[in-house]
Design a protein around this ligand. Structure first.
Ligand SMILES: NC(=O)c1ccc[n+]([C@@H]2O[C@H](COP(=O)([O-])OP(=O)(O)OC[C@H]3O[C@@H](n4cnc5c(N)ncnc54)[C@H](O)[C@@H]3O)[C@@H](O)[C@H]2O)c1
Length: 351
């Protein structure tokens, strides 16, 4: 049987995350050829070509990603640029009928997230958001336990993430970051809560500050919020950029029948009134190992389930927007439905 031609892939943004994702794709057993790449920094393209071991068509102007997409008969596009330009890049890639792998946060703002999700759905193409925690065995298991009702109805939660995050380079510029650390690493934690519980956000109220090691930055560095979910559960999300030293996180979810927590890569279950037990969490057979793996297999028709469809990008965009707005309004309660109403949308549009 004739060997299938490789997936023709082009990337916009070949910095840290982009290079990592592109190299993963290029090594995929089902065949991906990186034919083109766009980045404003030629040295990023040099580095990419060196790591790939072959040349690609190169584009370095801010709008050159358009020619990259139209001139190279691409099947798929990867978007690994700063947060605000994601919208422009994904809109163009979808308009040209490409499959899309996009870094988190998918796009900034719920209305835009809904718009591109509808465009993707109408196109019939594959779209995945690069939230890699959907492929981590402990979170996969926790989601499964919650869906099976092992801890009952979700009542409350505690989600904490801290990282020494100073808002370096574009991350410190509101024009590109779209919400500082709350929208950057924080995005993973808004996402993992919503993904595991499979609930929608209802409201957020809380405070942000811009301080990092005594310097006031232009973007949000720290934030603490009370968040309500669609079933009435309410709990706390704390995102910190001003910590000395390494990364920390802590995610705990309480239902009517017990608690779920994590310790390193372990899932810990405390059924109501009983001792804590560790729940083994091997990744289910056939589960893709990463967003890149899932993406290639979906494009190739070798798996059916998209583990991070754009709808999760919508949910996170909505919750993040509510958190940021509340912080900017000095802690007022911001209802997700009110955000959507401004664009003529409702919670029914958050699918
Ligand atoms: N999933 C994760 O854990 C994770 C980790 C790191 C970064 N990210 C995400 O990846 C994305 C990129 O972050 P990064 O750390 O790689 O940043 P980076 O600065 O290393 O890379 C971004 C690149 O985009 C390029 N770029 C900007 N505008 C462009 C344009 N118009 N056309 C072409 N190239 C353009 C820049 O020159 C830069 O090289 C962000 O969305 C970020 O949140 C995700």
């Amino acid at each position: 049987m004739a060997k299938r031609a490789p997936i023709r892939f082009g990337a916009i943004g070949c910095g840290g995350a982009g290079t990592d994702r592109i190299l993963q794709l290029a090594k995929h057993a089902l065949g991906v050829q990186v034919v083109a790449a766009a980045d404003l920094r030629p040295e990023c393209l040099d580095n990419l070509e060196k790591n790939l071991g072959y040349s690609v068509a190169r584009y370095t102007g801010p709008q050159d990603y358009r020619r990259m997409i139209t001139d190279n008969a691409l099947d798929a596009v990867g978007i690994f640029t700063p947060h605000i330009p994601h919208y422009e890049h994904v809109t163009y890639a979808l308009a040209q009928g490409k499959h899309v792998l996009i870094e988190k946060p998918m796009v900034c703002g719920a209305a835009r997230a809904i718009e591109i999700t509808r465009t993707l759905q109408a196109s019939g193409k594959v779209g995945i958001v690069h939230y890699q925690r959907h492929y981590e065995a402990k979170f996969v298991k926790a989601r499964e336990l919650i869906r099976k009702g092992v801890i009952g109805e979700i009542k409350t939660f505690y989600v904490y993430m801290a990282q020494d995050w100073s808002g370096h380079a574009w991350r410190g510029d509101p024009e590109f970051s779209g919400g500082g650390q709350i929208n950057d690493s924080g995005s993973h934690y808004q996402d993992i809560l919503l993904w595991m519980t499979d609930l929608l956000p209802r409201s957020a109220e809380g405070f942000v500050d811009n301080w990092h090691q005594g310097d006031r930055k232009r973007i949000e560095i720290n934030g603490m919020f009370n968040v309500e979910l669609s079933n009435g559960a309410a709990g706390r999300i704390i995102i910190v950029g001003d910590i000395l030293g390494g990364f920390q996180d802590d995610v705990r979810i309480r239902g009517t029948k017990g608690d779920l927590m994590f310790y390193g890569n372990k899932v810990l279950l405390r059924p109501e009134g009983k001792d804590i037990e560790e729940v083994p969490c091997p990744l289910p057979a056939g589960y893709p190992v990463s967003p890149c793996d899932n993406f290639v297999k979906l494009v190739r028709g070798r798996c059916r389930q998209n583990r991070v469809p754009f709808t999760f990008g919508v949910r996170v965009a909505l919750l993040t927007e509510a958190m940021l707005r509340s912080g900017r309004q000095g802690g007022a309660r911001v209802a997700c439905a009110d955000i959507l109403k401004e664009s003529g949308l409702s919670m029914a549009d958050v699918v």
